[in-house]
Write a protein that binds this ligand. Structure first.
Ligand code: NAD
Length: 510
């Protein structure tokens, strides 16, 4: 592994820059707890300078012919394919996502870029011929200017893929703020964008925390802000952007249900729960968290889940032989351990305690929590209501599908929910009635393919805009409407013009 000290830099208007205010935060390797570098906490001035660079790049970039813009997206995809291992290692080092999953994350972004390459098909406008005599109406999907994006720690590559290709492919320019806990992927990715010759200022990177973001709310050059993060952060950004009149796309937190019916394919379900609940050490917005099981299979399920969970191997994120790496920070470890204590205090049975797992000598100071399973959980318990964001599973008994659907409906969050069953009545009922944004059947993680929109509802989405698919292009463009009167200079147009004017007045009045 690369042991070089990592100095994270901002990238503004084509230049790698140190933060002039001199404030830096240590960057740690969660697998060992060691300080491996530093990340700037950019000032308001630096953040605004990045926006200005993006604003100055906008006229030329938005006027760049669409096929030429698309060539950059193709080149971006090729660069990611050529450098997949280097990018995956960057994620495995500072976010400590297990190296196999980090490769999967980069692979998913490559798929997203394939979708972004179809922007020319998605950005086409519409024309309504003859809305009045000699008058046509036309919708042009036009870029808006500068968009800014804020990433969570847990998907440094994926969130880049959700925002930047769609924003710049549609003709906007971008300022991106990665999480201070996982900035390394974007440092590597930005260099690839430089290498493919992306013009200066089209994508700019500023590192930092909330102040860096707050600098955008009143900045006239900013058209919109996107976030993937926790719900309190999404609400804070919504408030600031509401005051400043900015467009927003804000994906928030989650608490996902898995419903196990009496005819659930047990082997498949257990395998999927391990991937979904313990993959990325439970730090995924689509990780299963609450498992509602019908009485017919409850005992067998608990026995099978505990046996499989005890077999999960834990260790350094770069070790291909272990299943699960650490959580992101000492603070996150403490928060998860605190939830385990809360669960015990509120009467759930701690059937498997993941605190203080044994790890290799070199990882003793890493932030590890092993698989943890609570049984006898009820929906009103704090551990069932709040996002723990760690490898903790809550098993609850539920009488029938209606009871499970009620639990999901009553939950404040609405990101994803999945059911395991072979019965088409349960399947269709669940798809229709589960009160969430993303539904899955016999899959552990119901992440939609990049061709389709991704996002929750209720507390998991602030506003109405989702990432991926055509909805991403709709978000990053405005529907500019043109009303065009066709005048033949060789003819006397007096009469048609008068009647057309009447038609235009009636259009305006309606
Ligand atoms: P977070 O909300 O703490 O931070 C997210 C980003 O927002 C960071 O870059 C942070 O610097 C910035 N930020 C924090 N407070 C801010 C404020 N007041 N104003 C402006 N910016 C602020 O989230 P996190 O811990 O990095 O990530 C985990 C969370 O993200 C979980 O809640 C998880 O469910 C959620 N998430 C959701 C999705 C989804 O698709 N819905 C995907 C991934 C992660």
């Amino acid at each position: 592994m690369n042991t070089e000290y990592i100095k994270i830099k901002n990238h503004i208007n084509g230049k790698w820059l140190d933060e002039t205010n001199g404030q830096y935060e240590p960057l740690k390797n969660p697998s060992t707890g060691a300080v491996i570098g530093e990340v700037p906490l950019s000032s308001v001035q630096t953040s605004q300078a990045a926006v200005l660079a993006a604003a100055e790049a906008f006229p030329a970039w938005s006027a760049t012919p669409l096929p030429k813009r698309m060539n950059y997206i193709f080149d971006m995809q090729q660069a990611m394919k050529d450098n997949l291992e280097m990018l995956a290692q960057a994620i495995a080092i500072d976010q400590a996502k297990h190296i196999a999953e980090a490769r999967g994350e980069v692979g998913r972004v490559i798929e997203i870029l394939q979708m972004a390459c179809s922007i020319p098909a998605m950005i086409q406008g519409e024309t309504v011929q003859g809305i009045a005599n000699n008058i046509n109406g036309r919708i042009i999907k036009a870029p808006l200017g500068v968009f800014c994006g804020v990433a969570p720690f847990n998907f440094p590559a994926l969130v880049f893929g959700w925002f930047i290709p769609f924003a710049i492919g549609s003709g906007n320019t971008f300022v991106y703020k990665p999480s201070t806990e996982s900035p390394l992927f974007m440092q590597k990715m930005m260099q690839l964008l430089v290498d493919i010759g992306l013009p200066d200022g089209v994508v700019n990177i500023v590192h930092g925390d909330r102040e860096t973001v707050e600098a955008w709310y009143e900045d006239d050059n900013v058209a919109g802000v996107c976030l993937v993060g926790s719900t309190p952060t999404a609400k804070a950004i919504a408030e600031g952007c509401g005051r400043g009149g900015k467009k927003t796309m804000l994906l928030g937190g989650a608490k996902n249900f898995l419903v196990a019916m009496e005819d659930a394919p047990m082997d498949l379900m257990i395998e999927n729960i391990l991937m979904s609940g313990y993959g990325s050490a439970g730090q995924r917005c689509l990780a299963v968290s609450n498992i509602a099981v019908v009485p017919e299979i409850y005992d067998e399920f608990v026995e099978r889940l505990l046996a499989a969970s005890k077999d999960i191997t834990i260790g350094d994120a770069m070790n291909p032989d272990v299943f699960m790496g650490p959580v992101i920070s000492a603070k996150a470890k403490e928060r998860i351990e605190n939830y385990i204590e809360i669960g015990q205090n509120e009467g759930a049975t701690l059937a498997l305690d993941g605190r203080n797992p044994s790890v290799a000598e070199g990882n003793k100071n890493g932030y590890f929590i092993g698989p943890t399973v609570f049984t006898d959980v009820t929906p009103c318990m704090q551990i069932a209501r709040e996002e723990i964001f760690g490898p903790v599973l809550n098993v609850m008994k539920v009488g029938c599908i209606n009871g499970a659907l009620r639990m999901i409906k009553n939950h404040e969050m609405g990101n994803g929910a999945v059911i395991f069953t072979q019965n088409s009545y349960y399947t269709e009922k669940f798809i229709n009635e589960a009160d969430v944004g993303m539904v899955g059947v016999n899959v552990g993680i119901c992440a939609p393919h990049p061709y389709l929109p991704f996002g929750g509802i209720k507390g998991s989405l602030v506003g109405n805009n989702k990432v991926q698919g055509k909805s991403a292009v709709d978000f990053f463009t405005q529907n500019k409407v043109a009303t065009v009167r066709v005048v033949d200079p060789k003819e006397n147009n007096a009469a048609p013009v008068a009647s057309s004017n009447a038609a235009v007045r009636s259009c305006v009045a309606s």
